[in-house]
Design a binder for this molecule. Structure first.
Ligand SMILES: Cc1cc2nc3c(=O)[nH]c(=O)nc-3n(C[C@H](O)[C@H](O)[C@H](O)COP(=O)(O)O)c2cc1C
Length: 335
């Protein structure tokens, strides 16, 4: 059974516990061998991918006792643009029933700083690292992807689905033709694996996936956040400074699961793997996405509630495989 995602009272109750009362994290053990997989030529220790924007530049949770980057197959870094961006005015996040709204606005120090100062601090022996390339114009995507191509990063995710910036982002991602133009342009400037992150805020995600595959993407990430809004009834104004934000967490899981299944129908014949994501908080959620056709599964918002959720998800998936006599995730995919 999945834990129910927090409401405010549950979150607050957890935070109010005095530190001494919290149990010490269990001794670290590597993910079970049955969870290892090959994703676009990268060796993943687990199908879990930590999602862009939820783990900073890979350092965010390493300060939490019991957390290890080695528990996951890969980590997607925060969305990175050509120049530094300060992001949106506050409020940038707001907890909603079974999820949260965010409108960070792609705050990041710019690709040159990420490549020159941040990538050298990452420990590539722990996990695979995936850049998240974002932009307002096709030229900016080309600049960011070229600079990551000339770096030790393992793969590049193209974020054409950010709903929180005024220009670019989802403007590209909601048009299949524009999405394909971005992918085609990025494909020309890198030989690294390209993963295109699709928007759920569009009419025909299958057409979008098909055109991105034809334009040369190697993998797909399904889905980014869904646009949403909250209003403060005391002021009559939107809570989020950007007026709208991206909704994530368990509230979007059924939608994300269907989109993953729909995209899998298009991607499977081409051998294009999917990182299924949107609201995964436990092993059962992750298994649903794997059964829907995802090869790997993303965990984002759940980390805010439980930074130590990944080993639990790993354990649950491994137990599920063992109970069905599967020696590997590939056997589950083939069933
Ligand atoms: C605070 C926050 C910041 C995010 N920033 C990015 C980003 O920079 N680039 C991106 O592609 N997705 C970003 N996302 C979307 C997540 O990577 C993920 O696709 C989405 O939240 C759905 O997964 P989840 O429900 O497990 O969080 C962000 C999500 C959150 C909650």
């Amino acid at each position: 059974m999945c834990p129910i995602f927090s409401d405010n009272s549950r979150m607050n109750a957890a935070l109010e516990k005095p530190p001494a009362a919290r149990a010490a994290p269990p001794a670290w053990a590597p993910p079970p061998a049955s969870l290892q997989l090959d994703f676009l030529g990268m060796k993943f220790a687990s199908p879990i991918v930590l999602l862009s924007g939820c783990v900073g530049f890979g350092e965010e949770y390493t300060r939490v006792a019991g957390f290890s980057n080695r528990d996951v197959g890969a980590i997607c870094l925060k969305g990175t643009t050509g120049k530094a961006r300060l992001g949106n005015k506050p409020h940038r996040v707001f907890e909603t029933p079974m999820g949260m709204l965010n409108a960070i606005g792609l705050q990041n120090p710019g690709v040159d700083v990420v490549v020159r100062e941040i990538l050298p601090t990452l420990d590539f022996s722990e996990t695979r690292f995936i850049a998240n390339a974002s932009g307002s114009t096709i030229e900016e995507y080309i600049e960011v992807v070229s600079k990551f191509d000339d770096s030790p990063i393992d793969a590049i995710e193209i974020n054409i689905s950010c709903p929180n910036v005024k220009e670019g982002g989802v403007q590209f991602g909601n048009s299949p033709e524009m999405s394909a133009r971005v992918v085609e342009a990025c494909r020309k400037v890198t030989k690294k694996p390209l993963i295109t992150k699709l928007s759920p805020n569009q009419t025909d995600i299958q057409l979008n996936a098909r055109l991105c595959i034809e334009a040369g993407t190697n993998g797909l990430a399904v889905i980014n956040t869904m646009t949403g809004m909250a209003i403060d009834t005391r002021t009559g104004k939107p809570v989020i400074g950007n007026r709208q934000g991206g909704l994530s967490g368990p509230a979007i899981k059924p939608i994300a699961l269907l989109k993953t299944a729909q995209v899998a129908e298009v991607a499977r014949p081409h051998g294009v793997p999917i990182i299924g994501q949107g609201g995964i908080v436990c092993a059962n959620d992750a298994i649903e996405f794997l059964l829907a056709g995802a090869t790997a599964v993303g965990v984002g918002t759940a980390l805010f509630y439980d930074p130590l959720v990944c080993p639990k998800i790993n354990r649950g998936i491994a137990e599920y495989l063992a109970a069905r006599g599967h020696a590997s995730l590939a056997a589950l995919a083939a069933q």
